[in-house]
Write a protein that binds this ligand. Structure first.
Ligand code: C2E
Ligand code: MG
Ligand code: MG
Length: 931
């Protein structure tokens, strides 16, 4: 495209030059006579020139894109070829063949025009050739072919010119091409440079922008840094101030904690770590020893306080309370319990509200607690005191009163507050007394004494008053404390006590104390005035039995009635007294003679024996009486008393319902008893006791299947002593215990021996006394003996007399039950002599009833005893009990009993009680008979 542009732009000057050369040639040839051809040629040349110039102008106007079109190139070549033809045709045809000069001129001009055009068209070799070849080729041929040598010369010249032009054109074209190439390379370089420049500029621009931005950022950064520095400085200053304030407040806090005795704790609940200040001071433990609350502090807690602490803590951990404060006990390192007040609160929770950290304080409040306890106690004592307590101010005006005061006086606190005690009742005496009391208080600081005061309801009452002054540290009177007790009850009690110390509450008679006083007085009188004193000692017969069987209520009424009768029967008595239970004493100092005394005694006993009705019971109660005289029998009161007692016991021995005077003989008997007791005691230790066995005959098959063990005492002085002489004494003195145990052990061992020897399966019965029952270890003893001897329990029978059975019914029943559980048999001995009734038999769990020998003795005579015996057998059988009859001495008795279907008999008819070897022979005899 560039070459075409160069062609067009470079063609304007050759075209105009060609037109100029044509015009000059026309002018030169004008005179040669070819005017029409010349004009035509000229016109054609001008037209062609104009056309080509127009074409150049059109090309110049066309847009560069369109200029690239190949049409322009073809048009140019066409124009060049036409121009060359026109130029060559004119010069060849119009020049005269003979005019050299003209020829030279015209040919020269045309050659000049051709050269200028060829040079211009050499840019494009096709364009050059399309001009040079049509221009010079035909002309050269025409000239060379012309006959004129001159023209031939010119034709040769034209050929040389063409060759020369082609070389020039080739050269020019190469140069142009190279130039163009260079130009384009330059252009490309320039463009590249420009682009690079533009890029560089863009980069520069960007760089500048960035630099600017960086500068701005730097500026902002610097400003921010400055601001930051300023803030840091400010903050540092604030922090320093805060630090200062903090250390000051920490110091203050430490001082406050020190002063308050508080220990600060900080507890991490996740790790159980705890930091606790003042551990040593409060708990006495080294801080290093405590790193965890649950690990170290909890084991020291008092177990009673743990639930309350846990409750408070859990409540707080659940967020139900803002903080907690609780008191509990903790063991100090030295071992004592101390009270701790613990306050704490959660300071850190996680997102779910779980407590992570807690802070709080603990302090030792033991002292405060004990003070509080003391105060509480004091307040309690003040309120609960049975004595009235009043607290007065220094001016004796009431500040406080306790409940006891109000209860006694009827005044409540509001009635008396601010008033003086003396002003309360309208009592002038009291007022005067209080003045004296105040004076005494000021002098000595305390006063106590008895006053008659007035209650609110106007009632006068005796009062024990005690006033104490309380002083403050400066020694000034701050309070006065008054204690007072209402003496009314005490006076009454004293009266009652005075009465009770001298009189018997139940009967109203003088008691032992008053009796002794009176007896002493009577003794004094007897000594000084030469008078006589008789002491009557009474004891109701079988009262104990009555008491047990009829009950205390009836017995009490009986005692009251008896006392009344006593008082009535001996109006002349100095004193009638009740000494104990059923014992009475009468002091008589106004009797004339012994016979008169005996009459009095007889009258007294008769009066007492009169039947009396108590409730549904008609009772006849007799008494035994012992009488001792002063100075006849005794000179000392104590002797007199013991002598009367001795005489009374003798009367009892005689069967009761009688009186006995004390005699020296009686004294001797008593001494004898004492000796007997001593000997008996020794006999147990020295093994003088023996067991005799009396067989019992079974009436069903006339066989001896059991025996009663009976004690005998082989006394070195008296020989064989029967139990009748010492059992009662042994019971009185408690010696029956060891005797009974000896009997039980020996009898069981013996029975077991006979069993082992194959003599008999003998049931052995042992008598036991109520004394043994009372000792409480009978069941254990029997169990032990059975184990020891190996005797089967069914072969042991225990006998208890009917009268002893009634001693303590409930306890006997319970012991009997236990014995029966062991498998032991039980029997009621001497049945019929006591007060037994059917109901009793039913209640006691027994197996045998032994009819007393007094009934058996008279069986042979028929009559009452036979009827009783018959009734007992029938009754016992109806209750499923077996009956044994004792004391069977005759065949008639045995026959009768057999007839009545009595089960067993015991008595001299069968055998007397015999020693073990003799009994063994008896058994052998029986065995021999049977076989
Ligand atoms: P008991 O238990 O009623 O014993 C029966 C008594 O009657 C025995 O008197 C016996 O020898 C006697 N006897 C037996 N058959 C006849 C007879 O046909 N005619 C007569 N007249 N008497 C006969 P003993 O051995 O003198 O015993 C008297 C009481 O002493 C016993 O009466 C018993 O209550 C008591 N006794 C005996 N030994 C012991 C004993 O070891 N401990 C206890 N607590 N009391 C015993
Ligand atoms: Mg017996
Ligand atoms: Mg008996």
């Amino acid at each position: 495209m560039e070459r075409i542009r160069l062609l067009y732009h470079g063609s304007r000057t050759p075209t105009l030059f060609m037109l100029l050369c044509g015009l000059v040639c026309a002018v030169l040839l004008w005179d040669q006579g070819h005017v029409p051809g010349l004009s035509l040629w000229l016109l054609g040349l001008v037209f062609l020139a104009v056309l080509r110039l127009t074409q150049v102008a059109a090309f110049s106007r066309a847009a560069p894109a369109r200029q690239a079109h190949p049409r322009w190139h073809r048009l140019f070549m066409l124009g060049a070829a036409v121009s060359g033809c026109v130029l060559a045709v004119g010069a060849v045809t119009l020049v005269p063949a003979d005019l050299f000069f003209l020829q030279a001129m015209v040919f020269g001009l045309v050659a000049a025009a051709i050269i200028s055009a060829s040079v211009a068209y050499a840019v494009s070799l096709p364009a050059f050739l399309s001009f040079a070849l049509p221009c010079l080729g035909p002309a050269m041929g025409y000239l060379l072919l012309s006959p004129h040598p001159l023209l031939q010369g010119w034709g040769l010249l034209a050929g040389i010119l063409l060759a020369g032009l082609m070389v020039v054109a080739w050269q020019v074209n190469r140069l142009v091409l190279r130039n163009l190439l260079r130009r384009f390379q330059n252009l490309a370089l320039i463009q590249h440079l420009e682009e690079a420049k533009a890029r560089a500029e863009g980069l520069n621009h960007q760089l500048a922008r960035e630099v600017e931005q960086r500068r701005r950022a730097e500026r902002e950064l610097r400003a921010a840094r400055d601001e930051l520095e300023e803030r840091v400085e400010l903050r540092t200053r604030e922090l320093a101030q805060a630090g200062h304030a903090l250390s000051e407040s920490e110091e203050r806090l430490a001082l406050a904690l020190e002063a308050s005795g508080l220990g600060l704790w900080d507890w991490n609940l996740e790790t159980d770590e705890v930091h606790h200040s003042r551990l040593k001071e409060i708990f006495g433990i080294e801080p290093a020893a405590v790193t965890g609350v649950i690990r170290h502090l909890r084991p020291r807690l008092h177990p009673d306080d743990l639930p309350a602490l846990r409750r408070a803590l859990v409540e707080h951990l659940k967020g139900l309370s803002d903080g907690y404060c609780i008191e509990y006990r903790v063991r100090h390192a030295d071992g004592h319990w101390m009270w701790i007040e613990d306050r704490g609160r959660a300071v850190e929770r996680d997102a779910s509200g779980k407590v992570l950290r807690m802070i709080g304080t603990r302090r030792d409040i033991s002292q405060w607690k004990s003070r509080e306890e003391e105060q509480r106690l004091s307040a309690m004592v003040f309120e609960a005191a049975s004595e009235g307590i009043v607290i007065l101010d220094a001016d004796y005006r009431v500040l406080m009163v306790n409940r006891a005061y109000s209860e006694v006086t009827g005044y409540r606190l509001e009635d008396v507050q601010g008033r003086r005690l003396a002003e309360l009742g309208d009592n002038r005496d009291l007022h005067r007394q209080y003045q004296a009391i105040y004076a005494e208080l000021e002098r000595h600081g305390h006063w106590q004494g008895e006053l008659m005061d007035t209650r609110k309801n106007g009632e006068l009452y005796p009062q024990w008053l005690q006033l104490n002054v309380v002083r403050d540290r400066q020694g000034r009177v701050s309070h006065v404390v008054a204690f007072f007790a209402d003496l009314t009850a005490r006076r009454e009690a004293e009266e009652r006590l005075r009465y009770l110390t001298h009189y018997d509450e139940l009967t109203g008679l003088a008691n032992r104390v008053l009796f002794m006083e009176r007896l002493h007085e009577a003794g004094q009188r007897a000594r000084h005035e030469g008078r006589r004193v008789a002491l009557l000692h009474l004891d109701l017969d079988r009262f104990k039995l009555l008491n047990d069987s009829l009950g205390h209520e009836v017995a009490d009424q009986l005692l009251r009635q008896m006392s009344h009768r006593l008082l009535q029967a001996v109006p002349e008595a100095d004193t009638v007294a009740r000494l104990s239970g059923d014992e009475f004493a009468v002091i008589l100092d106004a009797y004339t003679s012994l016979s008169a005394l005996a009459r009095i005694a007889g009258r007294l006993l008769a009066k007492l024996r009169v039947p009396m009705t108590i409730g549904d019971h008609e009772l006849v109660v007799s008494a035994s009486m012992g009488i001792s005289l002063m100075p006849e029998n005794a000179r000392e009161i104590s002797t007199l008393v013991s002598q009367a007692g001795m005489a009374m016991r003798h009367a009892k021995h005689l069967g009761g319902n009688t009186f006995q005077f004390f005699t020296d003989n009686l004294h001797a008997r008593t001494v004898e008893r004492l000796q007997l007791e001593n000997q008996l005691r020794k006999s147990i230790e020295q093994g003088q006791l023996e067991v005799f066995y009396q067989p019992k005959l079974c009436l069903a098959d006339d066989s001896i299947n059991s025996a009663e063990a009976l004690v005998r005492w082989r006394c070195p002085e008296q020989g064989l002593v029967s139990p009748g002489e010492f059992i009662a004494l042994a019971e009185e003195t408690g010696l029956i215990g060891p005797i009974g145990e000896f009997m039980l052990r020996t009898a069981c061992r013996q029975a077991r021996e006979w069993q082992l020897q194959g003599l008999a399966d003998l049931r052995v019965s042992v008598n036991i006394s109520v004394h043994q029952l009372r000792q409480g270890n009978l069941v254990r003893l029997i169990h032990e003996v059975l184990e020891e001897t190996g005797l089967p329990p069914r072969l042991l029978e225990l006998e208890l007399t009917e009268s002893q059975l009634l001693d303590n019914v409930e306890s006997v029943i319970s012991i009997f039950r236990q014995l029966r559980e062991l498998g032991v048999k039980l029997a009621i001995d001497d049945f019929g002599t006591g007060y037994s009734s059917l109901s009793y038999l039913k209640r006691f769990p027994v197996d045998y009833v032994k009819i007393d020998q007094t009934f058996v003795r008279d069986l042979s005579h028929g009559g009452e005893d036979a009827a009783i015996t018959r009734a007992i057998i029938a009754m016992a059988h109806s209750l499923g009990l077996k009956v044994v009859a004792e004391g069977v001495e005759t065949q008639e008795q045995m026959d009768f009993l057999k007839l009545q279907r009595c089960d067993e008999i015991q008595g001299y008819l069968i055998s007397r009680p015999v020693e073990a070897p003799a009994f063994a022979s008896l058994l052998r005899e029986q065995a021999a008979l049977c076989s």
